[in-house]
Each structure stands twice: as C-alpha cells, then as structure tokens.
Design a protein around this ligand. Structure first.
Ligand SMILES: O=C(O)CCC(=O)C(=O)O
Ligand SMILES: [Fe+2]
Length: 357
C-alpha cells in the first residue's frame, strides 16, 4: 500500500515501532496532519447498531431466520458497505493465534523485519512503515506486513520463518478466512439477485492479500492517524482487530468507531463490489486511529476477483432505466491510479469510475 519506505532508505529506517520505543513525547512533524484531517478523539461515536450491525451468520442455516438475516446484510451493504459477523465458523483460537503471531513478528528487531522491506507491490511479502522522506504526505503511525497468499501453498514458504510458528498460525487463519470469504460472496451475490455461480471462475482465481498492521502507542494520537481514509480495492475485506481503532464513514459522513466484539470479524465491501453492484452497494470509507496507551493490531484479508479481470457493473442489473453508472476497471488501472494520485488526501479511485459523478 501507500507510504512504503524506498529500499534505498533502509539504513535510515526508523519505524513507528522504533519511534515508540524511543519514548517520544511528541510525534515527529511529518506525522502531524492538517487539522481538518485529524481524528476527533474527544467525540467518538462508538456504536450505532443500525449503521454497524452485528450479523449472526449461523442464522442463515435456520429456515425461519434466513430471510431476515439476508435483509439485514442487504441493508448493511446498501447503507455503509460494512457489518460484523459472529458465529462465522472460525474458532476464536485460530483468530487469537494469528494475532499472537503478528504481535511476535512486530516485536522482532527492526533489522530482522527489514529483510522484507520493499515498495514493490508484486513482492509476495513486504514490510513497510510510516516513515517516508520521499513523500511527506504519508502520515501513518504504523508498521505493516503484506502477504500474497493465493494459493497459500505457493507463497507460505516465503512468509517470515521467525517467529517459528508464524507460517503455521497465519497460514491456518488465511485458509479459514478464504473459506468464509467464499460464503460471504455467495450471500452477497444472492442478495444482489445474481446467480451464485456468477463470476465463480474469477472468485476461484481471485487474489487474497493479507495485511497485518501494527499501531504502536503514540504520544499524540489526536494529531495523526494509523491508516488514512481509504476504501479497499477488492470485493470483500475481512478484518480482525485487537482493540478499538477502526472507524468507518456513514452516509452522513460521520466517522463511527467500530466496537470490538469478542469472536467477531469485520466485513467491508471494496471498490469492485460497488462497481459490480452498479452502486447499489457501497465500498466503505475507513481509517484507523491510534492511541497513547495500547498497541493495536489488525489483520486485513483483502479479497479480489482475478487480478487480470476487468470488472464492470453486472449485466443482469442493467436495463434502460438502470444504465451502467461505472466504467470497467482492472487491477492495473488501480495501481496506475494510486501511483499518480494522492489517495491520502481523500481522493478515491472509485470516483474516477463514476460515469456521472
Ligand atoms: O487497522 C485497521 O483497522 C484498518 C486497516 C486497513 O484498512 C487496511 O489495511 O486496509
Ligand atoms: Fe482498508
């Protein structure tokens, strides 16, 4: 993603984790956001059950509850493009193991993590951090590691071998999340009125990118962000957060903090889904705040349809009264856009696809 330190800068690398260990009382100036972009941490809207619903996925197996549950999911996709799921079939132990492995990885010495430092989006594993002298518009108080993991067996031997259980724990989580993603895609296609086999091939050949984020304690959480506002590129993102920090934008442009619910996973729709649904469903704008007292971790599993596939509005949703509202796009178009535009200032790739913005 954005803001990766160029490989040539490795000798000067001071990651957000390192800065925190130095015990600073102020964040370096380059992390300080203009006041209009700062989070208002004194006015946190934590919960609004209508905007941020928690869906019990096991209800889909219950004939008397299935239709109501599908309605709830549909409403969530239309309103914000966001919901949490419980009873999703992934054991809590697998989720906690993934968070533990991530914690251990980020606790490694910075030299060890730097082996994976890269700004090449095609690297199967890359470590990145907030510090960036080249683009002073990067204000992330976080370190992250990205894995390409589809099919996982092709990549897993490239993942970090230290901590020793990393591959096993992250691999287990990546696999079960992939299964959940397929189930969720089927549901979302069903509520869009599309055949569950629609784009099956592209979903099968889809990509899964794993991003583990580490947001260390920050001395001035009011003036910076962990991750700037953005929507995810793909179809669905499944996110696991260790503590409060994720915020999503509702249709009134309020930032809502996503509550931490034990055992729950967060589901966010991405740009591909907004385009495919011809705007019926929203690709959710979100960001991550930081705090002064507790390190926060999140693991995002970003799913997208086959990378070479051009995605446009589903033909079955179009007719004379409902013409296509979005242009087709591919992963290449997206990469091109992010390398030439300032998505950190809130500019969105999806807006460039709208036919009548
Ligand atoms: O840390 C979070 O809660 C959000 C991370 C995120 O949006 C991303 O990695 O795309
Ligand atoms: Fe995201």
């Amino acid at each position: 993603m954005q803001g990766v330190v160029k490989s040539s800068n490795t000798s000067k690398l001071i990651s957000a984790m390192t800065l925190t260990k130095l015990g600073l009382t102020h964040v370096p100036q380059r992390y300080v956001l203009p006041s209009s972009q700062r989070p208002n941490l004194h006015h946190i809207i934590v919960h609004s059950s209508t905007s941020l619903p928690i869906i019990d996925l096991s209800n889909l197996q219950n004939p008397s509850l299935r239709s109501h549950t599908l309605d709830e999911i549909q409403m969530a996709c239309k309103e914000v493009g966001f919901f949490q799921v419980i009873n999703h079939g992934i054991p809590l132990s697998v989720m906690n193991d993934a968070l533990d492995a991530t914690t251990e990885f980020f606790n490694l010495a910075v030299e060890e993590k730097m082996v994976y430092l890269s700004d090449n989006v095609h690297e199967p594993v890359r470590y990145g951090t907030s510090l960036n002298h080249v683009r002073d518009e990067c204000y992330f108080w976080r370190d992250f590691i990205k894995h390409y993991s589809h099919p996982i067996s092709d990549w897993i031997h490239l993942w970090p071998s230290n901590p020793p259980t990393y591959r096993e724990k992250m691999g287990n989580y990546a696999r079960v999340v992939q299964v959940l993603q397929k189930q969720l895609m089927e549901v979302v296609l069903e509520i869009l009125g599309l055949n569950p086999n629609y784009l099956q091939n592209e979903i099968e050949k889809g990509s899964q990118v794993f991003v583990a984020n580490c947001y260390p304690e920050c001395p001035e959480p009011d003036v910076t962000l962990g991750t700037p506002p953005h929507s995810d590129y793909g179809s669905i993102t499944i996110l696991l957060q260790s503590s409060l920090g994720l915020q999503v934008m509702d249709h009134n442009k309020n930032w809502l903090s996503v509550p931490v619910v034990e055992g729950a996973l967060i589901v966010q729709l991405g740009d591909q889904m907004e385009v495919m649904s011809n705007g019926k469903y929203k690709s959710v704008m979100h960001r991550a705040t930081v705090n002064s007292h507790k390190k926060r971790l999140s693991i995002a599993s970003l799913h997208s349809l086959a990378l070479e596939k051009k995605i446009g509005p589903a033909e079955n949703l179009l007719d004379k009264e409902h013409p296509a509202s979005y242009k087709e796009f591919s992963f290449k178009d997206y990469l091109n856009y992010i390398s030439n535009n300032d998505i950190l200032k809130g500019e969105r790739f999806i807006d460039t696809l709208k036919k009548n913005p």
